[in-house]
Design a protein around this ligand. Structure first.
Ligand code: PGA
Length: 223
C-alpha cells in the first residue's frame, strides 16, 4: 500500500526511565527504516530527555511525542509544560485525549488553545476526537478517532465504522490524516489500516510490550 502509516505509542502514566530505555533498546534495533511507516513514542514527560539521547545515539527511526502540553506560553504556570520548552524534546504532542477531557476537565476551548501552542512552536498535534461531533481546530493535520467505549476495554470499534467516521471527517477536513485508537492489538491492527481513510493507529496498552508493539508494526507494514 502506498500510504504512510502512523504507528503511535501512548504509554500514558507508565514506565520508569529505566523501563522506558529497556523498551527502546528492545524495539529500536529491530526497527527498519521504512518509508511508509512512521513510529512515534509518547512517554511521560520525565522519560523524554533520556529517550531522546538514546534515539539520537543509535539513530533509531523513532520520533518522540508528549502526551499533553500547556495551553499557555512559558511563564508563571506552575506545573505546566509549555510547547516553547517541549519543542527541544518532541516533534509531536497528543492533544485532547478523552482521559484528559474526562479526568482533568479539558474543554474544547482548552484543547484548541493547546493546538495553537503546538502550531506556534512547530510541534505537530496528534489531536484526539471521540466522534464526528468533536470540533477539530484549523491547524490540525493528524486526528485520532478514539471512541471512549473502546479505550482500554478490549472492545475496539469495527474497522468499517472507523472508516465511516474517517470518511466523514475527511469530507469536511480533507487535509487531516485520520488515525484509529482504542483496544488496538497485533491481531486487529491490519484490519484498521487496510481501511482507505485510516492512516494509522494510536495504541495504549498494546504499545507497552515491546514484542507486541513490534508485531503491530510488522503486521501494518505488510498491508
Ligand atoms: P488502548 O488506549 O489502546 O489501551 O485502548 C488507546 C488510547 O487511549 O490512546
Amino acid at each position: 500500500m502506498d500510504k504512510r502509516i502512523w504507528i503511535i505509542a501512548n504509554w500514558k502514566s507508565n514506565k520508569t526511565i529505566s523501563e522506558a530505555l529497556e523498551w527502546l533498546n528492545q524495539v529500536g534495533p529491530k526497527l527498519q527504516k521504512r518509508e511508509n511507516i512512521q513510529v512515534i513514542v509518547c512517554p511521560t514527560f520525565s522519560c523524554l530527555p533520556e529517550l531522546k539521547k538514546e534515539i539520537q545515539t543509535h539513530a533509531y527511526p523513532i520520533f518522540l511525542g508528549s502526551q499533553d502540553l500547556s495551553p499557555f506560553d512559558k511563564g508563571a504556570y506552575t506545573g505546566e509544560e509549555p510547547a516553547e520548552l517541549l519543542k527541544e524534546l518532541v516533534n509531536f504532542s497528543i492533544v485532547g485525549h478523552s482521559e484528559r477531557r474526562e479526568k482533568f476537565g479539558e474543554t474544547d476551548e482548552i484543547v484548541a488553545e493547546k493546538v495553537k501552542q503546538t502550531s506556534s512552536s512547530g510541534i505537530e498535534s496528534i489531536f484526539c476526537i471521540q466522534g464526528v461531533k468533536t470540533p477539530i481546530p484549523a491547524d490540525v493535520k493528524i486526528a485520532a478517532y478514539e471512541p471512549v467505549f473502546a479505550i482500554g476495554t478490549g472492545t475496539p470499534d469495527t474497522p468499517e465504522n472507523a472508516q465511516k467516521v474517517a470518511l466523514e471527517i475527511n469530507s469536511k477536513n480533507p487535509e487531516v490524516n485520520v488515525l484509529y485508537g482504542g483496544s488496538v492489538t497485533s491481531v486487529n491492527c491490519a484490519s484498521f489500516v487496510q481501511q482507505q481513510n485510516i492512516k494509522g493507529l494510536l495504541i495504549g496498552k498494546a504499545s507497552l510490550d515491546p514484542e507486541e508493539f513490534l508485531k503491530i508494526i510488522e503486521n501494518c507494514a505488510k498491508v
